[in-house]
Design a protein around this ligand. Structure first.
Ligand code: 13P
Length: 248
């Protein structure tokens, strides 16, 4: 069975002090659940949060990384640097990075490769714009993003990847895809994995939904057959809401 995974993406929020206070508030309330809990925090807080979650089952993730191990890339952070502090996950190809920082399917693919090389599990984000949805292009766009991101990734490696389906029009807007809509696209993604790697592997890959997930809608979303988790922005910033999300 696929272990459900609830991940918070804090984006550009919280200082180190705020981040560690958050962990202190939630850590006793998210243990003992059959859910993998991940906090994807800003770079500056990674080490402190990693220490704060010590002794718990909470995993820590970054929100981006470069595709080279080192080099003249001012302002960038590499997978080796993240691995040194024991980071478990890294969000790759978030739509905000595609939109504002020129992330392409090609750079996403390179980042997936380097993350896996350093034993960091990618949370690979895909999703369509409102315009693409209205033109009925969602399935094609999303499947294409997944295929390009997985170029030259082996069947063994793909099992380490979590895919996050995040329709861009649902991010931070309060508009959520209906649980059925989320499930439909996630099913399409799973079919794509099946075409590439076969039935057994496709049943092992975890696929999350993201976009305005909150305590009031998480249960219905998580109850969908193909939805294995949620990648949560806004609602993951509040400790009480986050605890509710994990205990859906
Ligand atoms: P919201 O939950 O704020 O809509 O953000 C979703 C997201 O982008 C998670 O990566």
């Amino acid at each position: 069975m696929r272990l459900p995974i609830i991940a918070g993406n804090w984006k550009m929020h919280k200082t180190i002090k705020e981040a560690t206070e958050f962990v202190d508030k939630i850590k006793d309330q998210v243990v003992g659940t059959d859910v993998e809990v991940v906090l994807c925090v800003p770079y500056t807080s990674l080490e402190a949060v990693k220490k704060a979650v010590d002794g718990t089952n909470i995993k820590v993730g970054a929100q981006n990384m470069h595709w080279e191990e080192n080099g003249a890339y001012t302002g960038e952070i590499s997978s080796t640097m993240l691995r040194e502090i024991g980071i478990d996950y890294c969000i790759i190809g978030h739509s905000e990075r595609r939109q504002y920082f020129n992330e392409t399917d090609e750079t996403v693919n390179k980042k997936v490769h380097i993350a896996l090389k350093h034993k960091i599990n990618p949370i690979l984000c895909v999703g369509e714009t409102l315009e693409q949805r209205e033109k009925n292009e969602t399935d094609h766009v999303v499947k294409n993003q997944v295929m390009k991101a997985l170029k030259d990734i082996s069947a063994q490696q793909v099992k380490e990847i979590v895919i996050a389906y995040e329709p861009i029009w649902a991010i931070g807007t309060g508009k959520t895809a209906t649980p059925q809509e989320a499930n439909e696209v996630i099913f399409i993604i799973r079919e794509g994995i099946k075409e590439l790697y076969g039935e057994d592997i496709c049943l092992e890959v975890r696929i999350q939904y993201g976009g305005s997930v909150k305590p009031s809608n998480v249960e219905e979303i998580m109850n969908q057959e193909d939805v294995d988790g949620a990648l949560v922005g806004g609602a993951s910033l509040d400790p009480e809401d986050f605890v509710k999300l994990v205990n859906f």
